[in-house]
Design a protein. Structure first.
Length: 219
């Protein structure tokens, strides 16, 4: 009833928690990207006066801890056991953006999203390049898919990062050769996440990119 065509039932607790978390934000009763407590902040001595918005710039999907705890309890999940997915600080809980899960999903040598610093160069090269500079995988580090994620959500997040890194062949191997795309739950949850991720977010764009590959791969 909550998700209508974006049904996320029947999945592991991390997927169900993510779906309910995103749905809660979509109702407008909570807000994403709100200020998140910073362990390094120094409110007492004012050393951080020059960067007053530091904590507000932290990415992710933030809920009041009490709201997040109630959602988890209703799903039979425990936030304390989902540290690869949820970060808790003070009275806030943050659902980690997919980019921050790369080391958990691919290992310690995985990196962060490709830097956006080449934008100025891109404008200069736009007359004769292919427009794919920002999709080069270098800054993502090691995104080897030798080890599949433990849950359907983990495997979707792995595929989203491969798409974001521009690793088309690796994504094809992951979905086709490794059999990840043969699991109907994968596509059902991916479709649900597409409906739940806020418009304009990296996650929305990346999961839609993975979904767009389905037909072409014969899945």
């Amino acid at each position: 009833m909550i998700f209508e065509n974006a049904d996320a039932t029947g999945f592991e607790e991390d997927a169900r928690l993510t779906a309910m978390w995103l749905w809660t934000l979509s109702t407008g009763t909570q807000q994403s990207d709100t200020a998140f407590p910073d362990e390094d902040s120094t409110d007492d001595d004012g050393e951080d006066d020059e960067t007053p918005n530091k904590s507000a710039k932290i990415s992710g999907y933030v809920l009041e801890f009490d709201a997040a705890r109630k959602i988890a309890q209703g799903l039979g999940a425990h936030l304390e056991k989902l540290t690869p997915l949820v970060q808790i600080k003070g009275d806030k809980a943050r659902l980690l953006p997919v980019s921050e899960r790369s080391q958990y999903l691919f290992g310690k040598n995985a990196g962060k999203p490709p830097a956006k610093r080449p934008k100025k160069e891109n404008k200069q090269l736009s007359l004769f390049d292919t427009g794919t500079v920002e999709e080069e995988p270098v800054d993502w580090g090691d995104t080897s898919t030798e080890s599949q994620g433990k849950t359907v959500l983990d495997r979707i997040h792995q595929s989203m990062i491969l798409f974001a890194a521009g690793r088309s062949e690796a994504l094809k191997r992951f979905l086709v050769d490794d059999g990840v795309g043969s699991d109907k739950r994968f596509w059902t949850l991916a479709q649900a996440l597409s409906a739940l991720y806020p418009t304009g977010t990296d996650e929305k764009r990346w999961v839609d990119g993975v979904l767009a590959r389905k037909k072409g791969l014969g899945l």
